[in-house]
Write a protein that binds this ligand. Sequence first.
Ligand code: PEP
Ligand code: CO
Length: 443
Amino acid sequence: MNPHWTPESWQKRQAQQQPKYDNPQELADAIRRLTNLPPLVTAWEVDRLRTQLAIAEEGNAFVLQGGDCSESFDDCNSTSILRKLKVLIQMSLVLICGSKKKIVRVGRIAGQYAKPRSADTEKRGDVELPSYRGDIINQSGFTPVERRNDPQLMLRAYEKSALTINYIRALSEGGFADLHHPENWDLEFVRNTPGSRRYQQLLESLSDSIRFMEAVSAGELTQLTRVDFFTSHEGLLLAFEQALTRMERNRGWYNLGTHMAWIGDRTRTLDGAHVEYFRGIRNPIGLKIGNSMEPDELVELIGILNPENEPGRLTLIHRFGAEKIRERLPRLAEAVLKAGQRALWSCDPMHGNTQTARNGIKTRSFDEIMSEIITAFRLHKELGTRLSGIHLELTGEDVTECTGGPGNLTESDLARDYRSQVDPRLNYEQAMEIAFLIAEQMK
Ligand code: PEP
Ligand code: CO
């Protein structure tokens, strides 16, 4: 345990990307209420994820982490949650069949409500208002009332996370998640495409294998009736994270608002508040690594975040872009190897490949996303490290936010059904195609 650490010790450091609240009393009241509410997850679940991540780090499992760039309160409904779960379960099946490995499923879900922004304000015409920072902080509508930072929204975010996690738990425990009934994961809008036919074929061969195994073992394979599904979000809003940090007797401090949290690329300053907060919790944590990370800095950060060099503790999520990865990853991976530091390497092929389309809409190209993934597999192999995870922004909906992929979406298609308030996500078809391509890489 860290003698000089407390859940509040981050407050003595510089905290980037925090909202300014205009009423300290209201903020203190919201934090006090949150601190008294029950946890959303348990330390046993958190430790189970950590054990599974340690297995992935060794190369015996693969991590599929994905979900919205930013969840919205309005999307806390059965259809939206169900579709996200369906696409992640379907993708994990494709990956299992390709890799013959266990897949660790981690949603960007049930708490992914705070966003870092490049500017503090947004200007439309002559009107300038505070930027939208996610539903836990303010609202996306462009009026002064909606853009006010409101501490009450932290309580709403806690409630929405609780509702989401409750539904996910119920679904993953049985019935819905039973591998004997993959038809439960069908999505009503899926067209008869080569991708969907490939998925159906995969299911048929899987069903054959299950029937075979059950025949020779003379009974139902009961492990197949449920799935493990974990939650994660960016631990950005430190007052909120602090309020959900609880002492588990004899085990230490856990963030019991989520199973896993990560530090964003904009808030990973060595002596900053986020690194201070994260070093003290027992959860498995992620660290986003963008193009400005230097080898020495990374080694120092790992030293602070995982001083005992524990397996499963730290996931390094790199996000360089399809081209830049060639130059950036080798220097960092070599430095980490040389320092003898252990970590799970994961690739986020989304955030280094964001572009603005001609019509001004933020988008990402499917081909660049795929290219970064393929390069990541190759480079890690050459470097003697291992790519053990993928981190995606995706949705189970039929949206038009990224270009390319099986539906060949072009820039002019983007306006048709663009719903993200923040970053563009892979739609269902694109996400499944990525799963097949990753499975191919892992064979
Ligand atoms: C994100 O994951 O949505 C994000 C903001 O990423 P990064 O910190 O890598 O920019
Ligand atoms: Co994003």
